[in-house]
Ligand binder design. Structure first.
Ligand SMILES: *Cc1c(COP(=O)(O)O)cnc(C)c1O
Length: 407
């Protein structure tokens, strides 16, 4: 196979694989092209990375940089979530089981490998929380310095985790997230610093491993829909790229349809897709509890719109109220996810009720991040505890048991 290179995703301009900037000169997103992918084979090996090494652009696998990310469970959603959504074949890909409790770790290992192969000793990222936390952990593992730029609304749990891993955290007040992002990205070449963004081409190489795991877990069959709560959109295009490459290599006969989900309060892509527009609809000065989905004007987002029309993707949003309800529905089935992830349940329920998703369709929802990452949201939930002293434990227990036993 030939050497990998980067290509802009709409106008198809080529760039070298080791380009420092994560977007093309005209602002389009970039993607890694692997010459000879048609001939790539699944090899024997103990890990997904080993088995799919012919699909990767790196010189080596660098297992020493891994924190044990990936190989997450694909779980049956259970009767309550199936009846809530009306979808009989509903599966959850539980990415909250990653080392820093979100799928971001898959992108971070790829960035960590890239930094190692290029001999970089410092990297930076812009994040509302999860990516910064994940890069901080992988940087700690690799001995790579990490700078994180984040807005001041990022949850405490995520900020403290970055700092404890040793990252240098810049908490930036008062800025619109999209403005802050474009300003920080603009500093990359000035300081010759690789600024890893949520929609960078290297992260997508890590995210595509999810498609390979689904391919293996479903014994070579392809789900009808893969549902991904999206913000910067690196994740959704990474997973889809994995399926495109399996298709190019002749391992699958069709592609799944992706489902883009966003919070209604900030839905630059979902609004565009619903309106049939090829331009992102920018959102500013919004507030949503789905803090992981805060890109109001995602750089390179036009690619997602183009793919959505070309491949028949679906798009749906969830209101703040629906997000909170969905978080409780997931929790009542044993899955504690963060608000950004919870958007998915309300969205698939709506898509099923309009018939966009058929009753018999097989649907995989990606549970992107853990509920433990944002406990502040409990201001908005009512959670009942039995508060009592040791002295009145017995009568309180008796009264609880009495109620629990009642039919
Ligand atoms: C980052 C993140 C998303 C959005 O992923 P993008 O690649 O930015 O589209 C969704 N959910 C969670 C929990 C995240 O951390």
């Amino acid at each position: 196979m030939g050497d990998a290179y980067l290509r802009s995703t709409l106008t198809e301009t080529n760039y070298p694989f080791d380009r420092l900037e994560e977007f093309a000169e005209n602002g389009e997103s970039l993607e890694v092209v692997l010459p000879g992918i048609e001939k790539a084979r699944v090899l024997p090996g103990a890990t997904t990375w080993e088995r799919f090494s012919e699909f990767m652009p790196f010189k080596a696998l660098h297992p020493g940089l891994s924190l044990g990310e990936g190989s997450t469970p694909l779980v049956d959603a259970g009767p309550a979530l199936k009846s809530h959504t009306g979808i009989e074949s509903l599966l959850l890909k539980n990415e909250t089981m990653n080392p820093t409790w979100s799928f971001k770790d898959r992108g971070s290992i790829a960035c960590s490998i890239m930094a190692a192969e290029r001999g970089e000793s410092l990297t930076a990222t812009i994040s509302t929380g999860n990516m910064g936390q994940s890069m901080a952990a992988y940087g700690a593992r690799a001995g790579l310095g990490v700078l994180v730029f984040l807005p001041d609304f990022a949850p405490r749990e995520k900020i403290l985790a970055m700092a404890v891993h040793g990252a240098k955290v810049f908490r930036i007040g008062g800025a619109d997230y999209a403005d802050m992002k474009s300003r920080v990205l603009g500093l990359a070449s000035r300081f010759s610093l690789r600024i890893v963004s949520g929609n960078g081409p290297i992260r997508a190489e890590g995210y595509k491993m999810e498609a390979f795991e689904l391919f293996e877990a479903l014994h070579g069959s392809v789900p009808d829909f893969v549902v991904v709560p999206s913000s910067a959109c690196g994740h959704i295009r990474g997973v889809f790229k994995g399926f495109r490459e399996l298709h190019a290599a002749g391992l699958i006969k069709r592609l799944p349809r992706m489902v883009v989900v966003q919070a209604a309060a900030n839905s630059p892509l979902v609004s565009a897709i619903k309106a049939g527009s090829r331009k992102v609809v920018p959102f500013r000065n919004f507030h949503t509890i789905a803090e992981a989905l805060t890109s109001g004007n995602p750089p390179g987002g036009e690619e997602i719109l183009a793919k959505a029309y070309e491949h028949g993707w679906l798009a749906e949003d969830a209101t703040e109220e629906e997000i909170l309800e969905s978080q409780l529905h997931y929790a009542a089935s044993g899955f504690f996810v963060e608000p950004g992830t919870a958007t998915t349940l309300a969205a698939v329920r709506k898509l099923r009720s309009t018939g966009a998703i058929g009753k018999g369709d097989q649907v995989v929802i990606v549970l992107t991040g853990s509920g433990m990452k944002d406990l502040d949201v409990f201001r908005l939930h009512r959670v009942e505890l039995v508060d009592c002293d040791v002295a009145d434990l017995e009568p309180r227990l008796a009264s609880v048991l009495e109620k629990e036993k009642r039919p």
